[in-house]
Design a protein around this ligand. Structure first.
Ligand SMILES: [Zn+2]
Length: 455
């Protein structure tokens, strides 16, 4: 079986790549309404590729937002079924001037594909499509496979929960497999055992009823930018703990054993700093960098603006200032509860000199997968087989909001088998995906199905 897979994949390597590049050329930016047609075009292409790769059935299905692509290959209803989840939408590519090549004009350089969506998530979910093809064409399918490829992950999957609950029967499976995360390195493969949750709000501070002359009124009327900056600065104390009362109340502290296991993951602080061009790391006192991004909740400011942003100087005392603020959450924090807490907090700390309004964007719950589950064991064995090394279980820093919804609606566990790297520039300019990782993923996935069927 193994040699047949390898032979087939080596023979079709170039085409596997070309097909991925074609997907990357479609600007499927879910956040931009002007990309609506491209979203559909991308969904149609994914559907066609599923059919071409051996799926019995594939369809573009409507939601209230961007469509979902569903596909399946059922070999035997008595065999276990694996539901592959991925997303064909991407983040906006801005700022464009920082890209070395066009975000939707994939370029291959030093063994890496540079394009928006290469690692997140087109290149990664497409490995599953090519793994399906490998198994179909070599007649070695061990499980039934279903695909759920959505188009709204990057905007918080607002319609997927409803879609899943309406199609429970169709999506019925024994495990959910997701490749939308990264591993430590090719030498030190790892598997995510959890993702953080998310709360996201926007705060608008309004002072005077119009922009004012900063000479005539400055010093006498509150400046919304200064007020907003002060409120944001007050979110952390001198140890970089979050100061919002109750923020840490529901956090399940990682056990000593888990922290020890995490500490075993290879990590070089100097390399980490060099790669980012920073002199020092920053974060909550008492925790390592890996812990800060894995087992601890955080608050970040994602954007802040107000006043005059044009060329040259303009002496203005602005009327408004706005910030986008998000929190990453860990088990057992609730996105709903923390979002409400953030909204309330900003209203509470607002001084009477300004009006503060706060509203929410999307959120998502944290998720953990047990390492003694059938799915995790199959993934670990698959990685061990192709990488020659047992993967290290790690907690990912990112969020996949749909995880807790998928588990709740379908009643099955999720396994994360990501093949990206942390330096893939996800959501940043010059996003890339290493070809080696792409091919290694396609090589590894069939083993997951094989071992999952045996478990
Ligand atoms: Zn993603």
């Amino acid at each position: 079986m193994q040699t047949a897979w390898k032979e087939y994949q080596e023979k079709n390597q170039q085409r596997f790549l070309d097909e991925m590049l074609e997907l990357l050329r479609i600007p499927s930016i879910s956040a931009k309404s002007e990309c609506k047609d491209d979203m559909r075009k991308c969904a149609e292409m994914v559907k066609q590729r599923l059919l071409d790769s051996g799926a019995d059935k594939a369809e573009v299905m409507e939601t209230e937002g961007h469509p979902v692509v569903y596909g399946e290959k059922i070999i035997d209803p008595s065999k276990p079924t694996v539901l592959v989840y991925g997303h064909y939408d991407v983040q906006p590519p801005e700022p464009l001037e920082l890209w070395h090549s066009g975000p939707f004009d994939p370029v291959i350089k030093d063994g890496k594909v540079y394009a928006r969506g290469s690692a997140d998530d087109k290149g990664q979910f497409y490995m599953h499509v090519k793994a399906l093809e490998t198994m179909v064409k070599t007649n070695t399918m061990a499980t039934n496979i279903k695909f759920l490829i959505e188009g709204e992950e990057e905007v918080g999957s607002p319609n997927l929960g409803k879609f899943v609950s309406q199609h429970k029967e169709k999506l019925k499976a024994d495990v959910i497999l997701i490749s939308d995360s990264s591993m430590i390195s090719m030498e030190n493969p790892s598997l995510d055992i959890g993702v953080r949750g998310l709360s996201y709000i926007e705060v608008e501070v309004t002072g005077a009823n119009r922009d004012l002359h900063s000479g005539t009124y400055g010093g006498a009327v509150a400046n919304p930018i200064i007020i907003l900056a002060k409120m944001i600065a007050s979110l952390h104390d001198e140890n970089n703990h979050v100061t919002i009362p109750g923020f840490y109340d529901d956090v399940v502290n990682a056990s000593k054993e888990e922290r020890e296991l995490m500490a075993k993951a290879p990590y070089n602080e100097q390399e980490y700093k060099d790669e980012l061009g920073i002199k020092e790391t920053w974060g909550e006192k008492g925790f390592t960098t890996g812990e800060r991004t894995g087992i601890r909740p955080t608050i970040e400011v994602n954007g802040i603006w107000g006043g005059y942003l044009g060329e040259g100087a303009k002496t203005v005392l602005p009327s408004k200032a706005t910030a986008k603020i998000s929190a990453r959450l860990v088990p057992n924090q609730s996105s709903r509860k923390i979002t409400d807490m953030l909204l309330e907090h900003f209203k509470k700390i607002a001084p009477p000199s300004v009006k503060v309004e706060a509203f929410e964007h999307h959120g998502g719950e944290p998720y953990m997968t047990p390492i003694d589950s059938k799915g995790y064991k199959a993934a670990a064995k698959a990685v061990q087989t192709t990488f020659g090394k047992e993967p290290i279980p790690v907690r990912g820093g990112g969020s996949i909001p749909i995880c807790s919804i998928l588990e709740k609606e379908l009643g099955i566990k999720i396994v994360f088998m990501g093949f990206g790297l942390d330096n893939d520039n996800l959501h940043s300019p010059n996003e890339k995906y290493n070809l080696e990782n792409y091919y290694k993923g396609i090589e590894t996935i069939p083993y997951f199905h094989k071992f999952f069927a045996q478990e």
